[in-house]
Design a protein around this ligand. Structure first.
Ligand SMILES: NC(=O)c1ccc[n+]([C@@H]2O[C@H](COP(=O)([O-])OP(=O)(O)OC[C@H]3O[C@@H](n4cnc5c(N)ncnc54)[C@H](O)[C@@H]3O)[C@@H](O)[C@H]2O)c1
Length: 309
């Protein structure tokens, strides 16, 4: 197969950098557009000589045009990603996640890109109804961040219908893996627990810990992005990408304590605003149409991360 070119916006971030590594491994030519507002060039150190890195904002039309010119696939990973921050600064989220997406879609349609892959989120779903969400479950975002994802999916569909751009949206559940932030407003629960244990501090649990999440390993998510870019007959679709299994936060902490041999007891604090109680993916549609199959169990994923602390 001739060499293909991918543009990965947000490619210096957590998920984007894992995707870039895999694209390079599969011999794609890769251009990264990232303003380093949350990502870091360190995340790309393993592939730094094989990636065309451009420090620029997705809001810069010239930079986007130059990066996307000649690309086969755009993976639009750049976004503001903190639910809590989006409640405080909704305008910032509208700019980066909606206006920024429009810049990327515009450049993609001008340059006849073959596929445009958009990372949506499990946060688009309504709290009510069965905890296991299918792609037909009702949507009701409860944070500005989640609203930007609903809008993003709608924009992708509109560009497909109005301009024939082949878009696919992946509704990502809780991703975890190496290089994920352990501190700050963006931090998610697995690196936070591991970080606390490594520092000999009690892991902090928001709420009663009985809230459930679907944790999916970053390697499996990267595979889903590649399938979305390559499978026939999937454009215009939304897919849940998760493990398909729900685990409570407290059960997760027990697994981490077992894997690390830690005896530290959790410290319970008030639940966070804008977060859903239970979240689990039905991945039947992704299995059927994308051929997606998660490979890394939560126990295996935690064991891999625990060896690093
Ligand atoms: N990590 C998860 O569990 C999860 C779950 C659901 C959806 N997502 C989505 O996946 C995508 C990647 O998330 P992540 O966890 O890797 O976050 P991340 O913050 O690590 O990566 C996002 C990257 O985008 C860059 N960026 C932000 N604004 C930019 C701008 N204006 N111009 C250029 N670059 C910009 C940041 O510097 C960062 O490198 C996001 O769209 C996020 O909403 C992630």
């Amino acid at each position: 197969m001739p060499e293909r070119t991918a543009v990965v916006t947000g490619g210096a971030g957590f998920l984007g950098s894992h995707l870039v590594e895999e694209l390079v491994r599969r011999k794609w030519r890769v251009r990264v557009v990232d303003d380093l507002s949350n990502g870091s060039r360190r995340n790309l150190s393993a592939v730094k000589d094989r990636v065309d890195f451009r420090r620029a904002s997705i809001l810069n039309p010239k930079a986007m045009d130059a990066a996307i010119n000649g690309a086969d696939v755009v993976f639009h990973m750049a976004a503001k990603v903190s639910v809590a921050e989006s409640i405080e600064r909704p305008e910032l989220y509208a700019r980066a996640n909606v206006a920024g997406l429009i810049q990327a879609l515009e450049a993609a349609r001008r340059h006849d890109v073959k596929r445009f892959i958009f990372p949506s989120s499990a946060a688009v779903y309504a709290e009510e109804g069965p905890a296991r969400k299918t792609e037909r479950s009702p949507l009701r975002p409860v944070s500005p961040y989640a609203v930007t994802k609903v809008l993003g999916e709608a924009l992708c569909r509109v560009y497909r219908e109005d301009h024939g751009l082949k878009t696919v949206s992946l509704r990502l559940f809780n991703i975890y893996g190496a290089r994920q932030a352990a501190v700050g407003g963006y931090a998610s629960v697995i690196p936070k627990f591991l970080g606390a244990i490594a520092d000999g501090k009690r892991p902090v649990v928001n709420g009663d810990g009985k809230q459930t999440r679907d944790f999916v390993h970053v390697n499996d998510v990267v595979t889903a992005f590649l399938l979305a870019a390559e499978r026939k007959g999937v454009s215009g679709e939304e897919f849940n990408i998760g493990s398909g299994k729900a685990v409570s936060v407290i059960a997760l902490l027990d697994m981490i304590r077992t894997a690390t041999g830690s005896k530290l007891q959790p410290k319970f604090v008030t639940a966070r605003k804008g977060e859903v109680r239970d979240s689990c993916a039905s991945i039947a549609k992704a299995r059927r149409l994308l051929g997606f199959e998660p490979r890394v169990s939560l126990a295996e994923g935690i064991a891999r991360l625990s060896r690093r602390i």
